[in-house]
Design a protein around this ligand. Sequence first.
Ligand code: AMP
Length: 404
Amino acid sequence: MNRSRTVRFNYAVNTAPARAAIESFEKLGLSEISARGAAQAGFEIPTEIQEKVIPAVAMGHDVIACSETGSGKTASFVLPILDLLDYSSPWIQVVVLVPTRELCPQVAGEFRRLGANQHIRVVEVYGGMSYSGQRKRIANKPQALVGAPGRVLDLLSSGSLNFKKVGVLILDEADRMLDMGFLPQMTEIIKRVPKQRQSLMFSATIPAGVSRFARICLNDPMNILAGKRARPPDEVTQEAIYVPMHEKNARLIETVENEPGTILVFTATKNRADNVYRILKNSGQKACVIHSNLDQNNRKKSIDGFCSGKYRIMVATDVAQRGLDIEGIALVLNYDLPTNPMDYVHRIGRTGRASATGRALSFITVHDINVLRSIEKVTGHTFDNFVPYGKRHERQSPNRRKLG
Ligand code: AMP
């Protein structure tokens, strides 16, 4: 057992995680209401690109940002824009151009999620959907529009859209839009947006074509280079195994028996944490549990016991572990996969610290596949050989299946 690990416990953070999250976004210049939207979405701390882009947008600058998908770039423009909109106005005030129809609902969804407190109205327009449905939604007087260039231009040309009150124009994934040949449509659309506007351009790379286009459409922009993916430490080996729900407990016992070092087990809820704790205890393991239903005395007992080596395994929920800084854990076991990819990154960052090599193992059920794919996007780590249908898994490999 690794007894050199240290544990720091910050009670202030633990008792008010939402307040701390709100404050960390407010510091960047966001209003309380927008910062609260970020906290409600489960964002605890701003990502690198958010730290750089949010203040620049809030101060009214044009921006060209070199950023990757998975870096939190969408929220980096959505959050400050929520503070710029006039919610009593019937006009579209912000337009986001994106290269693909898949991206439209994704970006629009982020506006809806983060702007729920402001009751923002957003419409997405893209090819392959009926014009009449999109026209109906435009008639609902949205404040924000997210669209693919071809359809946006069609609707502008037919008079169904009017951009005369647009104050912010965003070109998301500009390099892809240019690669896909949208330059003529983008140029036309820009002509129909007021010159007095704020413009933001996001691009994974800035080749010559993007720079040229930036010179046409941006006014004295701030150059921002940020948005590295939220990569977990390199020393962490990441594995995922397919485990049907009813086999999770058997796999849990097998896993902890095979791992001699310290283990942090994550569950989705407090009840599940209590259950897993009981199962471990009944199987003879030295385990403790921590979640927000426990009073501070019992939490402290768990932490002190885990720190001193009295307990080898700690079972935790995401909320409970937030103010907890534990080092030197051999295995982080995701008994339940988190629903937010950034929670995954935070969880597995608990191992592999202080020059120790660490391991993260996730139990995956058929319901977790979409989240697993989002985690791959955010971390840049691919879990190979994944066969995403339960029945095929069970037939092919009734036992433990290693994915990565
Ligand atoms: P994007 O780079 O915009 O595609 O975002 C990638 C994922 O990270 C999305 O699921 C976001 O909701 C999530 N995300 C963005 N910012 C944060 C943050 N500060 N904390 C946690 N998750 C975030």
